[in-house]
Write a protein that binds this ligand. Structure first.
Ligand code: HEM
Length: 917
């Protein structure tokens, strides 16, 4: 049985291998595929099938010149562009090695007496073509080349040279005796070879990098990532994806591992940070013990280019037990996306992204072909002095990237280690898993670049350059092997700041600075807010009223100005800390606030903002970008005025809202879980419950407060979200924020964080109940509890009528199911095909006779949406009328958010919808 290769589907050309490889699987070679995907596919096979693999690339111009992969024993040569490493040209160089077919017919017929395609046969199969290009022989040879083209295919024929050949009719010429059978066939993207060849390695290419996406386009494989934009100030990596998928924004310390799996798919493997990374011996021992060998052997095979392209010997983290899970940072390795992403527990126990490693996949580097290449750009503030046009994956590190980063981080520039970089040796018998990562810790011992006894094993030195929140591994040619974005050491700096305060306190001097710091500590004590929160709030713009003065009061994105001001501080350590915080927090997100303020009376603003402070030097300065409010040498501080402002309801809830909004950005997993959490807390109510204060099991915060309630099966998988929300609430509860309010406000912000999500009336002042709500009041999605009649009556007991229920069910527009495997639903399946958008698609697709592939519907939803019922009629109405849905949802969502609370108490709740706008 012969094996058929799919050579760029669409051209109609396939290749048969013959009988020698009975168990071989077909190889898909599509234009646009990444070097890594093709090499990995080839290397999965046995060496008999691909006995020789040759890879060549240019050392001098590695991104400008192509990477050429030759398979001489298979008669194939593949050319990839150097910058994106995608297949641009497929060349058949030896027709005797493959049996080529066009639309099922052989290109070479042995009966016609040739082992290569004859022009006549080609002409018969491919049809007429425009004249091609004749290239006369060079260097005194006698044979020229005639290249004839069809869309996407070019074939070259050797022709005995004679003067005047160009003028001849090409069909007559190629059909004559002077023309030999074809010696090469090329497949490319473009209409004609003549036009395509000029742009071959730089044009936009349509095929995906991963061949699986060509053969299984409907399998809902994760969207392919085109490029990464790193924003070091924001701690974001924006991943743009193949159209029409929207970009996915990775927020360091916010994006959860669940978000990653939803957006990027399951990782190819996981790597658990088992032991402190700076203790390689411990790592080696552990690995050795588990694998039954003391020393790890070199990778299983090398290509003819001396690069390890076979082995992926990460420790699998799949088998980890629950106890471990919360304590270990784990790398999720996405080979086909070109990234490794470190997730670890945040302070609140939630698993969040801590570091992103973007791989350059430079040929010749130690980790070559483990990941595909992911191109990146880097973005600094428009106001910054950094010219970020030169900050990208193809730039030369020393010449282009480093000088800009030294401008961006002047403190780092003063550190000679940063400018020089640290040298690391990557060698084959390095612990393989480590070799593909950066050395994440400062204190990790580094080998000096050397030769000597290890000669031969080294893959050459790379240098590691470190800037706040960024690390670069740079190869010999100056190309970036990988770049890492991680959370800047913000908390450490803030701790330093507190340290200063305590130290000075101990000195008990009467100096004004000390007084300020003691006052700050008093504020902390009385408001139970940490100086970190106060500072960060100020910097994020949510706390305009108070800020430990002689640090500064700030609004606005004028980072440069603020940094300039810190030079006037008489406390250098403090100035340095504040400066670092400003840089790392990127004051740019205050822009909105600032625009609103600049439109008001400047003096009025200054006095409002400085309430509570008497400073020797305070005021407001204008700048080209906006303004800065500052206070230095504070003489006295009216603590109660500051505390009043801190405890003001509007202030408080706008601070909470901006905090949650930041975490829920982009309608992410936290946002959708918040919406469901709000519903599950409130819907513990039923009129059949024996009434009890404060809400008879309704919106009382019990889901956040009670361990038994959250452990119920129907709460799966909200446990992780509960940990997150509890952690957040803990930072606010001292300011009289009830858990019940926090849950419902979070739900409202969750809805608002989704494109199209309506604003609905949101109130605060609820009273908590730490007892579990009565069991059995939540609806079932499958089984006997999921029928239309059972659900309608269950909701009627909560005071919700069928139309209101239909509007609430629309929240499944942003839903994905993670815990319904027992009901046959693949984890992560959405309930409509636009799960990050609050839209009416859900209603359409729930009622559709043929729903789109890839979505999973719950029985409850299909039953409620069935036409012919009141609820189903409302599904149809909302499917066609987004405004009617928004109005109905807003009313029903408010009603649900106060479920179970007696009307007399509802009357005393305070409306805070304004701060959620
Ligand atoms: C008959 C009523 C309902 C049933 C049976 C139901 C059932 C479910 C189920 C089984 C899931 C998937 C959970 C998982 O496995 O991850 C889910 C998700 C979700 N539900 Fe409902 N639901 C109902 C009503 C509602 C209502 C009234 C809302 C809010 C107004 C809502 C909001 C959500 C959201 C936002 C998600 C996604 C949660 C996430 O992404 O973590 N549901 N629902």
């Amino acid at each position: 049985m012969s094996v058929t290769w799919n050579i760029h589907p669409g051209t109609g050309i396939t290749a048969d291998e013959g009988d020698e490889t009975p168990d071989a699987s077909p190889l898909s070679i599509n234009l646009g595929a990444s070097v890594q995907s093709i090499l990995s596919a080839i290397k999965k096979d046995d060496e008999d099938r691909f006995p020789a693999i040759d890879l060549s690339w240019s050392q001098q111009d590695q991104f400008g010149r192509p990477i050429v992969l030759s398979l001489p024993k298979n008669g194939l040569r593949l050319q990839f562009d150097g910058a994106d490493q995608r297949l641009r040209l497929i060349e058949i160089t030896d027709f005797t090695k493959l049996s080529l077919k066009y639309s099922g017919s052989e290109l070479v017929k042995e009966s016609e007496g040739s082992t290569s395609p004859l022009f006549k046969r080609v002409y018969r199969l491919f049809g007429a073509s425009f004249p091609g290009k004749y290239m006369p022989p060079v260097d005194g040879k006698l044979v020229g080349i005639y290249v004839l083209g069809w869309p996407g295919v070019a074939i070259s024929f050797p022709v005995e040279h004679a003067v005047g050949l160009q003028e001849k009719d090409h069909v007559a010429l190629l059909g004559s005796r002077v023309t030999s059978p074809a010696d090469k066939l090329a497949i490319f993207e473009g209409k004609t070879w003549k036009d395509a060849r000029k742009q071959l390695f730089v044009s936009v290419i349509s095929g995906p990098r991963n061949s699986a996406l060509v053969s299984r386009p409907f399998d809902k494989l994760p969207n392919e990532i085109e490029t990464a934009r790193i924003n070091p100030n924001e701690g974001d990596v924006i991943l743009s994806r193949r159209s029409p998928a929207p970009p996915f924004v990775l927020h360091l310390n916010v994006t959860t591992s669940q978000d990653l799996i939803t957006e990027l798919g399951a990782p190819d493997t996981k790597f658990k940070m088992k032991t402190p990374v700076h203790d390689p011996t411990a790592n080696a021992k552990k690995n050795g013990a588990r694998r039954g060998s003391e020393v790890k052997s070199p990778p299983s095979s090398y290509s003819s280019t001396n690069t390890d392209t076979f082995d992926t010997d990460f420790d699998s983290a799949d088998a980890e037990d629950d106890g471990d899970r919360h304590h270990r940072d784990t790398y999720l390795c996405y080979f086909s996306h070109g990234m490794d992403i470190l997730v670890g527990a945040a302070d609140d126990g939630h698993l969040v992204v801590k570091r992103v490693v973007i791989h350059g996949n430079l040929p010749g580097s130690a980790a070559f072909n483990r990941h595909r290449r992911l191109r990146w750009t880097m973005e600094f503030d428009v106001d910054s002095a950094v010219d970020d046009r030169d900050l990208h994956s193809e730039a030369h590190f020393e010449k282009d990237i480093k000088p800009e980063l030294l401008t961006a981080y002047p403190d780092a520039a003063r550190d000679s280690q940063t400018a020089m970089g640290r040298v690391i040796n990557r060698c084959w018998d390095d612990n393989a898993s480590e070799s593909s990562f950066f050395l994440p810790d400062q204190d990790r011992s580094l080998t000096d670049g050397g030769d000597g006894e290890q000669e031969g094993k080294w893959l050459g030195n790379v240098r590691l350059f470190q800037f706040p929140g960024l690390m670069f591994e740079v190869g010999k040619t100056g190309g970036v092997v990988a770049v890492v974005g991680s959370q800047p050491r913000q908390m450490e700096l803030l701790t330093t700041l507190m340290g200063v305060a305590h130290e000075k306190h101990a000195l008990e001097t009467e100096n004004a600075k000390l007084k300020t710091q003691i006052d700050v500590l008093k504020i902390m004590l009385q408001s139970k807010r940490s100086v970190e929160t106060i500072l960060l709030d100020c910097i994020r713009g949510s706390l305009l009223e108070a800020m430990p003065a002689h640090m500064l009061l700030c609004t606005q994105a004028a980072t440069q100005q603020l940094i300039g001001m810190t030079s006037k501080f008489d406390d250098d350590a403090l100035a340095a800390s504040v400066m670092a915080i400003l840089r790392e927090n990127h004051v740019g997100n205050l822009f909105e606030k600032m625009t609103e303020l600049t439109n008001s009376d400047a003096t009025g603003i200054a006095s409002r903002l400085l309430t509570g402070w008497v400073a020797a030097d305070a005021g407001l300065t204008h700048s080209g970008y906006g303004f800065v409010i500052y206070a230095r040498n504070v003489k006295s501080l009216n603590i109660s005025a500051v505390l009043d402002s801190l405890n003001n309801v509007d202030y408080l809830w706008s601070a909470i809202a901006s905090d949650l909004r930041r975490d829920f950005a982009g309608c992410n997993q936290l946002a959708s879980s918040a919406v469901r959490f709000g519903f599950h807390d409130a819907a513990g109510f039923s009129s059949l419950n024996a009434p009890y204060a404060p809400a008879s099991g309704g919106a009382d915060g019990s889901l956040l407060l009670n361990d038994e309630e959250i452990a119920r099966r129907e709460q799966d998988p909200l446990q992780g979200f509960r940990r997150y929300l509890l952690g957040k609430w803990n930072t606010y509860k001292a300011q009289n924020v009830s858990a019940a309010d926090f849950v419902q406000v979070a739900a409202s912000i969750g809805v608002r964080s989704c494109p199209g999500g309506p604003l609905y009336k949101t109130v605060v002042g609820r009273v908590d109940d730490a007892n579990a709500a009565p069991d059995g009041n939540l609806p079932d999605a499958f089984g006997p509890g999921s029928t239309h009649d059972v659900l309608i009556s269950l909701w009627a007991d909560k005071g919700i009528n069928p139309r209101e229920l239909a509007s609430l069910m629309g929240a499944h527009s942003i839903s994905r199911a993670f815990a319904q495997e027992a009901n046959g639903i693949r984890p992560g399946s959405p309930q409509d095909d636009t799960p990050r958008v609050w839209d009416t698609t859900y209603f359409n697709q729930t009622q559709a006779v043929n729903p789109p592939r890839g979505i999973s519907r719950f029985d409850s939803d299909v039953n409620l949406g069935r036409p012919g019922t009141v609820c189903g009629g409302s599904f149809t109405e909302f499917a066609g009328n987004a405004d009617a849905w928004a109005t109905a949802f807003a009313a029903a969502a408010y009603k649900m958010s106060i479920m179970g609370i007696p009307q007399s108490d509802v009357d005393n709740l305070v409306d805070c919808t304004g701060v959620l706008q």
